[in-house]
Write a protein that binds this ligand. Structure first.
Ligand SMILES: Nc1ncnc2c1ncn2[C@@H]1O[C@H](COP(=O)(O)OP(=O)(O)OP(=O)(O)O)[C@@H](O)[C@H]1O
Length: 207
């Protein structure tokens, strides 16, 4: 799905070759400041590398329009935005921005179940806890049904048991639908249990 060749980004990343395969689950791990978020941002074309080339479906990034790429490759940032309004509004906002068709309440409730959130669609999103907001944002990305999900620590605000439940549900969802999942995680346990590939970054090192 992605191939990175001789990538350099400031003095943060120096990657000789790295592949992310289609329909697989990859975890990116490494100490704080090692460039995990930077790598996701490169894959979402939010920043460009200083040297080297990234290919998506064998096509060089420079020949892919960023907006077109982001229709297929959706990134969930570490601190996703929650907007004033209801849980339903917050779930639907990704579809609205992406100009995709709005879905039924039934589908929204299915997503709430997937992210293990026992709340009503009309509940006020502002009143949710940090971990609940994180799960709404994750649901928002899942609803967009991207081919590739780039998730930056999607479970950082969750306790260990909830984290495991959510990641398990997320991984089985992506596997059942043949999606590609690339996820930054602080948890070696999560990486070890659920991923097909683990990419370990270290500070200003090549690997
Ligand atoms: N645009 C930028 N210009 C210069 N330095 C940057 C830029 N973006 C990030 N950095 C620096 O690059 C390093 C890697 O940042 P990044 O956020 O990718 O790390 P991370 O591995 O995701 O960290 P964490 O686990 O703490 O979230 C950090 O030292 C950060 O301060």
């Amino acid at each position: 799905m992605f191939l990175l060749k001789d990538i350099k980004y400031k003095d943060i990343l120096d990657i000789k070759e790295l592949k992310f395969e289609e329909s697989k689950v990859a975890c990116i791990v490494g100490e704080s400041g090692s460039g995990k978020t930077t790598l996701l941002r490169l894959l979402n074309k939010l920043i460009s590398c200083d040297g080297g080339e990234i290919f998506y479906k064998n096509k060089p990034f420079k020949h892919i329009n960023s907006v077109d790429l982001r229709r297929e490759v959706v990134m969930l940032p570490q601190a996703p935005a929650i907007y004033g309004g209801s849980i339903k509004d917050n779930l639907l906002i990704g579809l609205k921005f992406g100009e995709k068709p709005i879905v039924s309440d039934e589908r929204l409730l299915e997503i709430l179940r997937l992210v293990k959130l026992n709340k009503g669609l009309n509940d006020d999103a502002d009143k949710l806890s940090g971990g609940e907001k994180q799960r709404i944002a994750l649901g928002r990305v899942i609803l967009m049904e991207p081919e590739v999900l780039l998730l930056d620590e999607p479970s950082s605000a969750l306790d260990e048991d909830t984290e495991e439940l959510i990641i398990e549900a997320l991984v089985s969802y992506t596997r059942n639908r043949g999606k590609t999942l690339i996820m930054v995680t602080h948890s070696k346990k999560i990486a070890g249990s659920f991923s097909d590939k683990i990419v370990e970054l270290s500070k200003r090192d090549s690997y």
